[in-house]
Ligand binder design. Structure first.
Ligand SMILES: Nc1nc2c(ncn2[C@@H]2O[C@H](COP(=O)(O)OP(=O)(O)OP(=O)(O)O)[C@@H](O)[C@H]2O)c(=O)[nH]1
Ligand SMILES: [Mg+2]
Length: 456
């Protein structure tokens, strides 16, 4: 059954509602803001087109939209990130500058501000009348180059690609036969940027401009090279699907044996339209990730609480022994040093002259020891304990999987802050029951949604 956009939107709203409903209390306990979590994914589904320079990104976009929106050309042509979308009912067509884009809170691009002025002058939004852009936005990007450094570009290009990839629901990575997977920036994107920002399932690999291969042999060679390079770059053992495509350029004859791939171009265009459905997966993956992050925070705080209780217990034991000694010997010591009181507790016990008064000083000594001990615990022992774990929260967890280790790196500062600022509160929180709630959420609610989205 083909799912319609209203169906997708209904489910999207349900996912947005589910998270606060189920987990907002638990989130609050650990200083997470549940409302903010899915905000970056509230705007339209995004398709990011990245790839080698001159691989045909802009040509493909123009063809998809049926309009000449983007400039194309043989040498590196685009030096800007261009967000293409249709204007809302209340807006007219027109361009928005980088600084307007990052300042607009309805748009998810505020995170790009950190890349500086130079990027903002290379960021633009084109609002164009296009039916296809009503429900998705497409981002055209500067082509990836070989011998370029951050200084040349003036901003952290790979950082920007990473930030956009995190927001995008589909990423088209375009190659061409002339440089099938050998460009340095492309290598870095595949090796570092994409694994950190987007799941493999979000990336569509495309070998474009195949019509420029001399013959089938040449194409097979280019395809083989790309596969080899991809496996080197991604570390994947399986070969992902690679769309083989070419543009129908007026006046250019496409060899007959290549025409069998004409349908792949159409399939790729159709895949772009699946971005709204991919957005649902993307949202669930975000929720999944943050729920797992939260589980790690809870586990760390549970361990912190247990360690604290153990510490408190051993301190309590020492205090009890000190209190007992003070109770039995405090007045005796006073008597030896000052001659007062006349009849200390132990002596009155030995001489059989025990009265109620004999307990006055022992009780005072006991209370004094307990008060001094508690003060010492609060002012010295506890702050030291907090410092030991806030400066090295890694001691709180044994991380088994690489996935957990990645999550931990991201949330480590949060755990640090939680211990530094809210240690006292954390000791009273019922971590175990919170952890059960989060685990049940991941196992039942989230899996239920995954199943529903897959059926779409
Ligand atoms: N033969 C052939 N030429 C193509 C194809 N796709 C694009 N071109 C041409 O290749 C050149 C580069 O295309 P663009 O669409 O500008 O490439 P791009 O990836 O946007 O390039 P940058 O913006 O510089 O990164 C243009 O002259 C296009 O006409 C194709 O499939 N086959
Ligand atoms: Mg271009």
């Amino acid at each position: 059954m083909e799912s319609t956009l209203p169906d997708i939107n209904r489910l999207k709203e349900e996912i947005e509602r589910m998270l606060p409903k189920k987990l907002s209390k638990v989130f609050e306990c650990y200083g997470f803001n549940v409302e903010e979590l899915l905000t970056p994914l509230k705007w339209k589904p995004l398709v990011l087109i990245i790839g080698n320079y001159s691989s045909g990104k802009s040509t493909f976009i123009n063809e998809f939209l049926g309009q000449e929106v983007q400039r194309t050309g043989q040498a590196p042509t685009d030096d800007s990130f261009t967000i293409l979308t249709a204007p809302d009912a209340e807006e007219g067509p027109g361009d928005l500058t980088g600084s307007t884009i990052v300042a607009d809170e309805r748009l998810p691009f505020g995170g790009l501000r950190k890349f500086g002025e130079k990027l903002l002058s290379h960021l633009v939004m084109k609002r164009i009348e296009s039916e296809k852009l009503r429900d998705i936005a497409i981002i055209d990007t500067p082509g990836m180059l070989d011998s370029v450094t951050e200084q040349d570009r003036g901003y952290d290009f790979l950082g920007v690609v990473g930030e956009l990839a995190r927001l995008s629901d589909l990423i088209v990575l375009m190659f061409d036969p002339h440089k099938a997977g050998t460009i340095k920036e492309t290598y870095k994107v595949l090796r570092i940027t994409l694994p950190a920002s987007a799941g493999e399932d979000r990336v569509l690999f495309v070998l474009n401009r195949i019509d420029e291969c001399e013959n089938l042999e040449d194409l097979v060679r280019a395809y083989g090279t790309l596969c080899w390079n991809l496996s080197q770059m991604t570390g994947r053992k399986d070969i992902p699907r690679i769309f083989l495509t070419y543009a129908n350029i007026p006046g250019k004859e496409v060899p007959e044996e290549f025409q069998v791939w004409e349908k792949e171009r159409e399939e790729l265009k159709k895949a772009l339209l699946s971005a709204p459905r991919m957005r649902l997966f993307h949202m669930l993956q975000e929720v999944d990730k943050v729920a797992r992050e939260l589980s790690l925070v809870i586990k760390a705080m549970e361990r912190f609480k247990t360690l604290f209780l153990t510490r408190l217990k051993s301190f309590g034991k020492s205090l009890a022994i000190s209190g007992l000694l003070a109770f039995l010997l405090g007045d005796l010591a006073m008597n030896i040093l000052t001659g007062y009181p006349d009849n200390p507790l132990l002596l009155s016990l030995a001489t059989g002259s025990l009265t109620v008064d004999s307990f006055l000083w022992p009780v005072i000594w006991l209370l004094f020891t307990i008060a001094a001990g508690s003060l010492y615990f609060q002012k010295v022992t506890f702050p030291r304990f907090v410092k030991a774990y806030s400066s090295d929260p890694d001691r709180l967890l044994d991380l088994e999987s690489a996935y957990d280790r990645d999550l931990w790196v991201r949330i480590r500062p949060k755990v640090k802050e939680l211990i530094e600022k809210k240690a006292r509160h954390q000791i009273w929180v019922r971590h175990r029951s919170n952890l059960t709630k989060v685990k049940n959420f991941i196992k039942k609610d989230l899996q239920g949604f995954y199943k529903r989205v897959k059926r779409f």
